[in-house]
Design a protein around this ligand. Structure first.
Ligand code: HEM
Length: 164
């Protein structure tokens, strides 16, 4: 009386084992997803490196003769609370790039339009800022593919940043 029941249970166990073995086995053949840009940049340390060198490049340009970036950065550079303001900018910028590159960070700062509203950033100022970003990518030894992907992220924000 009990045997047929056992056989049924055994058959069920066998078939489900076979099903899962097959399902799991095929997973190994699937190509691994490509690491995110955030991961390829070296995670948080990589994003921080990119932002820190970019900010240092902007600061250096702003203190050079005939600077293109001094005009827009004067309110920040002359603020008695400059250290706190710089720290906030750095933090926002890291979160923004960290999120845009597929990392776990979340940007909670202003939209690009409101952050740059009233600055009337010119084409020339934009291109000098972009050169500072390119120089940071090079200094951080990023690969060609990573550089192109970061450049696209930045260039997609140009319309919200320039001329407002
Ligand atoms: C895609 C390009 C750019 C990105 C991603 C970017 C990103 C940011 C971010 C995240 C902030 C802080 C927003 C907040 O505090 O909520 C900011 C502020 C600012 N950005 Fe940009 N920016 C870009 C281009 C530029 C350019 C071209 C200039 C000038 C040449 C510029 C000058 C400034 C200045 C002066 C501030 C205000 C800092 C302060 O007053 O504390 N940015 N930007």
């Amino acid at each position: 009386m009990h045997l047929p029941r056992l056989n049924f249970a055994a058959a069920l166990l066998l078939s489900s084992t076979l099903f899962f073995t097959t399902a799991c086995g095929s997973k190994e053949d699937e190509p691994k997803p490509e690491p995110t840009l955030y991961e390829r940049m070296g995670g948080l340390k990589g994003v921080e490196g990119f932002v820190d060198v970019l900010m240092a490049n902007v600061a250096a340009e702003a203190s050079a003769q005939n600077s293109s970036m001094l005009r827009t950065h004067t309110p920040l550079l002359t603020d008695p609370d400059k250290p706190a303001r710089l720290a906030r900018l750095r933090n926002n910028f890291i979160n923004q790039i960290g999120e845009a590159t597929g990392g776990p960070l979340k940007y909670t700062g202003m939209t690009m339009l409101s952050a740059h509203k009233g600055m009337m950033i010119t084409e020339k100022e934009w291109s000098v800022w972009r050169q500072a970003a390119d120089a940071s990518m090079a200094a951080n030894n990023l690969g060609a593919k990573e550089k192109a992907e970061i450049a696209k992220i930045l260039d997609d924000m140009k319309d919200a940043t320039v001329g407002h």
